[in-house]
Design a protein around this ligand. Structure first.
Ligand code: ATP
Length: 200
């Protein structure tokens, strides 16, 4: 059976925290492919100003250029609806057939997953691969995993990734202040951000 990882996000911009998480998930879970799904509008971030879709997608393409098993799905960008993960997963699963699906996400996102749209359904739709991210309480995470595994019988894997204190919000703040983002995004993405004058 094929194993794929589904990795959703705003990717505004994609950064090395995202890449580290996806690479770790691929290696640890022996995934055949990781599919990045840029969101049109994220339900919890509706008020935020987001860079143009073409720019977010272009930066993702640049970041994924050297990763043969990573690809992009445009499924959420192709509709005008809010991007609800439960709908995306159901849509993708029906097109893949006999495949084991892992939804990849960071601890900050996972800790709120019970508040996501149609959470009960979502939590029975796939397995989850959770990558650490600085700033969460371990007891809180363990309690959340235990609760979800018990209530929904959902497999939840905690990944052994290196915690990277990187976020898209911080990158945008740094650009506004004229600080370097060199260690935070892939080089080609950094170049594109400066060439296009994004986030200034
Ligand atoms: P923002 O700063 O706008 O909240 P973000 O950096 O969290 O953005 P998103 O595109 O919203 O980026 O994140 C997509 C997914 O990647 C989420 O599941 C998030 O938890 C995860 N993620 C983002 N950054 C990291 C990181 N440094 N380490 C591990 N996971 C991360």
């Amino acid at each position: 059976m094929n194993k794929i990882g589904i990795f959703g996000g705003t990717f505004d911009p994609v950064h090395l925290g995202h890449m580290g998480l996806a690479i770790q998930a691929k290696e640890e879970l022996m995934l055949d492919r990781v599919i990045f799904i840029p969101a049109k509008r994220q339900p919890f971030k509706l008020k935020r100003k987001v860079a143009a879709e073409e720019d977010r997608v272009h930066m993702l393409r640049l970041a994924l250029e050297e990763q043969e098993t990573f690809e992009i799905s445009y499924t959420e960008l192709e509709t005008d609806e809010i991007s609800y993960t439960v709908n995306t997963l159901q849509r993708l699963k029906s097109s893949y057939g006999n495949t084991e699906v892992f939804f990849i996400l960071g601890t900050d996102s996972f800790l709120h997953i019970e508040l996501w749209h149609r959470a009960e359904e979502l939590l029975t739709e796939s397995s989850f691969a959770v990558g650490s991210r600085p700033g969460y309480k371990e007891e809180e995470l363990k309690a959340c995993i235990g609760r979800i595994q018990q209530a929904y019988n959902t497999p939840v894997m905690l990944l052994n990734n290196r915690e990277l204190p990187i976020s898209s919000t911080d990158i945008k703040k740094r650009i506004k202040k004229g600080q370097s983002i060199e260690q935070l995004v892939p080089t080609a993405v950094e170049r594109y951000i400066y060439e296009k004058g994004l986030y200034r």
